[in-house]
Design a protein around this ligand. Sequence first.
Ligand SMILES: *Cc1c(COP(=O)(O)O)cnc(C)c1O
Length: 390
Amino acid sequence: MKNTTLVNHPPAVAIPTDNRPLVAPIFQSVKFSFDDTNETLRYQRGERDGFFYSRTSNPTLTQLQRLLSQLQGRDDCLLTGSGVATIAASLLALCKAGDHVLLFIESYGPTRYIVQHLLAKYGVTHTMLSIEDLSGIEKLLKEKPTRLVIFESPTNPITKIADIEHLTANARAAGCLTVMDNTFAGFHNHGGYDVDVYLHSLTKYASGHGDVMGGAIIARHELIAAMRKDIGPMGPALDPHAAFLIQRGMRTYFLRYERQCANALAVSEFLLKCPQVKRVHYPGLPGHPQHMLARRQMKDFGTVVSLELDGGYTEGGRFAESLELFSIAASVGSTESLVMPPQLLHGGTYTAEQRSMSLVGKGTVRLSIGLEDEQDLKDDLAQALKQAFG
Ligand SMILES: *Cc1c(COP(=O)(O)O)cnc(C)c1O
């Protein structure tokens, strides 16, 4: 065998079955082969276990799927290359022309785009209500046949809390599926509710370090199997190396989330006392309009704190730029703290009425709280508020 051949057929190392690595290896291989054609055919007919092509399945991904579905309390999971891919792929797989979808003014921007523009191109209609409009939700689900409702809790950036029991009970009674983007609350929250499909951006708390993207759709097996048929050929697969990094991030998921929540509560309590701040949005504050609902539904209150400055774009921009420990950047759930000034939150595609219901104003600032020392964060916020209004 010549070396040019050898480099394409490298020697394999087999590990004995009673000898395991403590950290699962990355199966960075697109293809897997069987000994012969017959075994390959048996695999394709679903008569034996194994792997064939990584767009469809890969052992590194399977391990992450099992971990995440267990944490969320369901029995199956499908991984994608980003969080938004879970939204687009699941909605395309679950809806057909003529279906009707319920979404919310407070929904994540790309979710609204996908429903209002992408699904609309394929003949799916929608209604957009406020997540706080419980009687409107009840009335709509009773009166209008609806394929699915897609919602979040806490919402971004105002941290409104969806009444999950009310939503799922009304949807169930109407034969409507519930899809919950559970990115903000995490895998340890909301699993006990009668939600059909959970979506997560793994880019946030799962990977945790702001260096890798991914998404997970978690649901009961039959639903995932049905979606897999449609989503497989769309090809949004997660790369095994990204799955490995996300799995590594998950080892410290609880520690990070817990510490970030503790910091978020401390920061929100501190901001309440600042005269330049008109209002603080954080579900862990007793003054949050849905604090009791959040207490009932969640084990903690999340890591995102938003505030209303007693000012507008000018003060908001100056505040964000004066912060030293918070970078002006998108995303949440990283180890470092981040800030979004009002210029980057306000606006969008709302009507005036929707905008006012969203509660995002010209003085709204979103903070994503990281793992820094609590006092350092408070000191930084204090000096930036002083500069913004100085
Ligand atoms: C970030 C985010 C997404 C999208 O995730 P990406 O991994 O950035 O594509 C979806 N939903 C929510 C609630 C998010 O915060």
